[in-house]
Design a protein around this ligand. Structure first.
Ligand code: F0G
Length: 457
């Protein structure tokens, strides 16, 4: 098999500033052992997130110049609306400044005390917005999704048996929405099958519960369906995406992922009455319904990006890049999530640092070690992000202790990825020396963003 080459040429570049292990040891200490608190110029390879970090295409930059900044009725909005409608088939399209703004709007309307939102796995901001409304979020991930190193084609699927049981127990009238996140970010960027989406839709229809898709990575999910699910090989990604969206009553989207945009998002839905309520909140919190917290130029970049992302040459390269890094790590025995996800490579920190108990945050220890060893910034997705305390103040750990290496779209080349593999393997070989962490300071919600930690001696 030939090398998979990046399906683009580079026209504009940004410098990477190199630093030394000694400097990075001090930098991470000054950042209170939280990579979110590092200055990005001190990071050599930034894999903190794939969100808002894409390289835009020359077409998107051209769109930026075309952006019409009229307050109301801008042609940039009309182009955006048309594109989202073509992809989702949904008639009500509400732009927001990013995904969580869409979440805030919908959950503030449908949420509240005594309500339950059921998902395969809720992303952290989604869960936070649900909980902020007073409602409860419930994750019902399929069994195979809970085992990081067991290979299965659709580890992002929802456990539909558990869904039915949960609806019966909580009462359909208390469940304003069932949500499928594609791909399942917090569960390792694993895809959800069309079969599973159809099953979930069927159950939702039976109980008359609206079904929404968290669509941030809809193109990556569609490509996985094309590659892995019988019956989809000859369909285009756009057809698969359309079929996926046709099951849903609505969706929330962060355009910072599969739209290659640096900012933006939207809500889309069939229910016009609900859409009117959403637009009323939008006007208070985001802006007029034809720009919703975005500049006209952003709306242009998003609509162009949404079409570009469905290119199969691009998606082939994208998914192959994750597999490439995963294979390199697995060959050296590094415990890495299998199979590779769509936007990130996830290290299983529980196995990687099996001498560090979960209440000493092995994921955070590993993320800090990767920065010190090679200037790589990653993100803990484990008990620092999702842990809770019981009434005695003891940690209730997350299901998984992962470290996510999220790969920005069209940004790094194969040599950057080779370097990342070398650093991780080096850390793995010296893992015995790494120590656990304790939290010194933390916020009530989304604590991982601002928490201050210290290594245990
Ligand atoms: N849903 C999912 C599945 C996400 O991954 C994100 C963001 C959001 C919603 C919220 O979107 O950031 O535009 O407000 N994920 C980023 C990440 C932050 O790093 O995975 P947003």
């Amino acid at each position: 098999m030939k090398t998979i080459i990046e399906p683009f040429r580079i026209k504009s570049v940004e410098p990477i500033y190199f630093n030394t292990t000694k400097q990075r040891t001090k930098l991470i200490k000054n950042a209170h052992y939280n990579p979110f608190l590092l200055k990005s110029e001190d990071v050599m390879i930034d894999l903190l997130t794939d969100s808002g970090t894409s390289a835009m295409s020359s077409e998107q930059w051209a769109g930026i110049m075309r952006g019409d900044e009229s307050y109301a009725g801008s042609p940039s909005f009309l182009r955006f609306e048309k594109t989202v409608n073509e992809i989702t088939g949904m008639p009500n399209i509400i732009p927001t400044h990013q995904g969580r703004a869409a979440e805030k709007i919908i959950f503030s309307i449908l949420g509240g005390k005594g309500k339950y939102f059921i998902a395969n796995t809720l992303f952290d901001t989604t869960r936070a917005n649900i909980e902020f409304s007073g409602a409860t979020g419930i994750d019902l991930l399929c069994d195979e999704g809970k085992h990081p190193t067991i290979a299965a084609p659709f580890k992002g699927n929802m456990d539909t048996k558990a869904l039915r049981a949960e609806i019966t127990q909580k009462g359909a009238e208390n469940i304003p929405m069932v949500i499928i996140t594609v791909t399942n970010n917090s569960g390792g960027g694993q895809p959800v099958s069309m079969h599973n989406i159809k099953e979930v839709k069927k159950i939702c229809t039976e109980f008359n519960i609206p079904f929404f898709i968290d669509a941030c990575r809809f193109a990556e999910n569609s490509y996985f369906i094309k590659m892995r699910e019988p019956g989809y090989q000859t369909k285009s990604v756009q057809e698969i995406a359309f079929e996926m969206f046709s099951m849903a009553d609505g969706c929330t989207m962060s355009a910072k992922k599969d739209a290659f945009a640096n900012i933006g998002g939207f809500l889309a839905m069939h229910d016009s009455e609900l859409a009117t309520k959403c637009r009323n909140v939008l006007i208070i919190t985001e802006g007029f319904p034809t720009y919703g917290g975005l500049a006209g130029r952003d709306l242009e970049a998003i609509s162009i990006g949404l079409k570009e992302v469905m290119s199969e040459d691009y998606l082939h390269y994208r998914i192959r890049s994750m597999e490439y890094l995963t294979e390199k790590l697995a060959e050296e025995g590094v415990p890495v999530m299998q199979p590779a996800g769509g936007h990130a490579v996830y290290l299983d920190a529980k196995q990687f640092l099996n001498h560090i108990p979960v209440d000493q945050y092995p994921g955070q220890a590993l993320a800090c070690a990767l920065f010190v060893a090679g200037g790589i910034r990653s993100c803990e997705i484990g008990s620092l992000m999702f842990g809770k305390y019981n009434i005695d103040g003891k940690l209730i750990p997350a299901q998984l202790e992962l470290v996510r290496l999220a790969i920005p779209r069209r940004v790094y080349t194969q040599s950057h990825i080779d370097y990342v593999a070398e650093v991780i393997i080096e850390v793995f070989q010296n893992r015995g020396a790494l120590k656990g962490m304790k939290i010194m300071e933390e916020a009530k919600l989304l604590r991982h963003f601002t928490a201050k930690l210290e290594p245990l001696s």
